[in-house]
Design a protein around this ligand. Structure first.
Ligand code: SF4
Length: 306
């Protein structure tokens, strides 16, 4: 919904930060028009994310329009501006998941990962979700800064009534790619983290799902073998991105309808640049650092990922 955010996290994969919207983001009317096309097309499920989607003034209007259209929703938020009013309002909609990120069990670590962030506000957001029976999902991005608190965050998620704890290896995209040396874990640390997740998965079975497979972007790509996903990724300015891992756009909802854009996505997956781009990531994941340098798939004559 926006690239703008009220935090400036070190591990952000969307290059978000305060006062950093895309130059020409969709306005309320344009966003509502896309929501109504989504309903007409009988799309069953929409994920509203950012940046921080709750900073968008028409966030609730969009969510409520989709909800009235019987579209299931997932909302991703950092929980900094989410309280009981917001939870109560969302609880009237067909919400499948409210995903809140918790990247530290102590304020010291949390705010190192999320400068400007207050852990207590996030916990308050989770309790508000719990009070209004929203299905709560917690995500955790492992780094050198917070890995020592991973186990405590998993326990905290379970205490907060989350139905799922979500993690995996850090994505080398956006701000995270720029700070890679400072953030990325060693293979030995990843192995320890993976073992912890396996242990917690057993320990919390029946209480909370511990989700961490596929563990990395590479594993994800290998399992899908470049197949087109059943999703359409709409950027805050209305352009449609072919994949979150590649720097290509294939349509623009300011110029095309949702159905036309969906056909463009299908066409895009026939373009050899897509399978070559995925192959390049599998050869050398550091090329992911270029994934947010967006350009049109059709007009770009640059070699893949350069
Ligand atoms: S990780 Fe989320 S909360 Fe942090 S800057 Fe990025 S979009 Fe904002």
């Amino acid at each position: 919904m926006t690239r703008d955010c009220n935090l400036a996290c070190l591990h952000c994969c969307t290059d978000s930060a305060p006062h950093k919207p895309f130059p020409n983001e969709l306005n309320r009317e344009e966003a509502l028009s896309i929501a109504s096309q989504i309903i007409q097309a009988q799309v069953p499920y929409v994920l509203l994310a950012g940046g921080e989607p709750l900073t968008v003034p028409h966030f609730f209007e969009i969510a409520e329009a989709l909800g009235r259209g019987r579209v299931y929703l997932k909302v991703e938020t950092n929980g900094q501006i989410f309280g009981e009013n917001e939870a109560e309002r969302l609880s009237r909609l067909p919400i499948r998941s409210l995903q809140i990120s918790i990247d530290g069990a102590s304020q010291a670590v949390y705010s190192k990962m999320r400068p400007g962030g207050v852990l207590d506000k996030t916990i308050f957001a989770c309790r508000a979700a719990q009070k209004f029976n929203l299905p709560l999902e917690i995500t955790f991005a492992p780094t050198q800064i917070n890995i020592s608190e991973a186990s405590n965050v998993i326990d905290l998620a379970a205490d907060l009534g989350a139905f799922r704890f979500n993690s995996g290896s850090l994505m080398r995209i956006g701000t995270a790619a720029k700070l890679w040396e400072r953030l990325n874990l060693s293979s030995a640390e990843y192995e320890k983290f993976y073992n912890l997740l396996e242990r917690k998965e057993k320990e919390l079975k029946g209480k909370m799902e511990v989700a961490f497979r596929p563990f990395s972007i590479e594993e994800d790509l290998k399992s899908k073998k470049s197949a087109m996903p059943a999703t359409i990724l709409i950027l805050p300015d209305g352009r449609v991105r072919v994949s979150g891992f590649l720097p290509y756009t294939c349509a623009d909802l300011r110029k095309e309808t949702l159905i036309q854009a969906w056909k463009e996505c299908q066409k895009a997956y026939q373009n050899p640049k897509i399978s070559t781009g995925f192959d390049e990531i599998l050869k050398d994941a550091s090329v992911l650092a270029l994934a947010n340098q967006l350009r049109s798939l059709e007009t770009s004559d640059l070699p893949v990922m350069v």
